[in-house]
Ligand binder design. Sequence first.
Ligand code: NAD
Length: 509
Amino acid sequence: MGAQDTVATVEGDRQSVPGDSPAPSSADRKLLIDGRLVTAERSFPSVNPATGEEIGHAPDAGIDEAQAAIAAARRAFDTTDWSTNVELRIRCLDQLHQALVDHAEELRDLTIAEVGATRALTHGPQLDEPIGIVRYYADVLRTYPMSEDLGEIESRGMQHHRWVEKEAAGVVGAIIAYNYPNQLALAKLPPALAAGCTVVLKAAPDTPLITLALGELIANHTDFPPGVVNVLSSSDPAVGAALTTSPDVDAITFTGSTATGRKIMAAASETVKRVFLELGGKSAVIMLDDADFTMASMFAAFSMVTHAGQGCALTSRLLVPKTHHDQIVELIAANFANVRHGDPADPKTYMGPLINERQRDKVDGMVQRAVAAGATLVTGGQRLDPGYFYAPTLLTNVDPDSEIAQEEIFGPVLVVIGFDDDDDAVRIANNSIYGLAGAVFSADQDRALTVARQIRAGSFSINGGNYFAADSPFGGFKQSGVGREMGVAGLEEFLERKTYAVPVAGGAA
Ligand code: NAD
């Protein structure tokens, strides 16, 4: 392990208001390539979205650095015992988990400052839960069966014994989005490494520092052999694209927009890579007519503004019985009025900012176009300063086929659509190219489950149930993705199966 420890530290008052947020040290962040922390010729700034101020700089890797990282990962996979040495892999994952635990408070401050995640969210899916994923995969690896006996068959007059051995898929290119960078990196790295793969992880351009900090922990506090993990940051999408086209990369695991996912799938087809995609969503929350509307409205409103709506699985379409439409709209608007926004470092803040002005322009543009097309703006629809905040926004009278009801917004915007009966609710919920998640509320759990089972989506919450955990497979139907992350299914995404057979001595049929 190296002696250097460059994870940013934060000093000062954590309760301060936006503009006075403590800035983490802008200590030089480094790329991790072939076991070494290195810089690039150029760098690019990272901005605190709650203030608009720069918090540090990340190396701006180019194609040369990408090729060096790929070559290092290839060499580590092909010429070391990493892929077959289960004990080493368990030890390295245990060390990574311990390093993350030991540095959690520094990582928390950096996550708040760079991602705009609220302090409360860092105690869940923005940091502490992702750290738990590392522990989970270290434990899975301790007991996971790497072979499977298929028994004997009779063929060509002989008995044959067959079995399956599971092997690492090879060199993995991991490309992540900006919204939950710790969750996304740690839902990819640990299962890929547990499987015996080597990895080139590319950070999101809006949140490079927190992902580089992960690379620095690996370099300084673990025994991962050089080249097994490589971490890049770049402002240039060509660096991610280089991973998807390289003949030396065997598999891509990607989290990001469906538009980029389509490009990656096409690019990876040239070399017929395994492609794992976690993409966008437009999930529906359905309140059946016997639901507890007060409780369900609180769930629908507060989940929609979690991380300012920048969550792929958030339920951004609210489907309500036409008979109870106005009552539910009033309840949601009242909940939105209680959403406390502001400095993400303040433990009382519920909603932080959008990631940048471009994202805020996108959200506002979609809201304004919906209103121009005839939707009713019940509340919200405005920018809040300083930083890139946007008010919780509720739209009714929305055409179910319109842009605002069909396209991912990635902001704190909820659209309400009325339905006639349960079948109509199912039809509207399925009227989407996406199929990531969903939620349903009813006093009758069987009725809720009957509705949920008819909706084509990868995860479903019944009456507020939380499905998201290290051991729960997560992923999309339809254009929300291919494959599953987390759980044992997440490990198996990175395993190949090789089938063996031998004639059984003296076993003629
Ligand atoms: P994005 O698609 O713009 O970028 C994601 C990553 O892809 C970035 O690292 C980017 O540099 C890289 N990239 C861009 N073009 C590329 C190319 N041609 N080849 C290879 N890599 C390329 O997404 P974003 O704006 O960062 O994140 C928001 C999106 O991510 C939303 O659509 C959201 O739903 C999705 N998301 C999905 C999940 C999930 O689990 N399904 C989770 C989080 C976010």
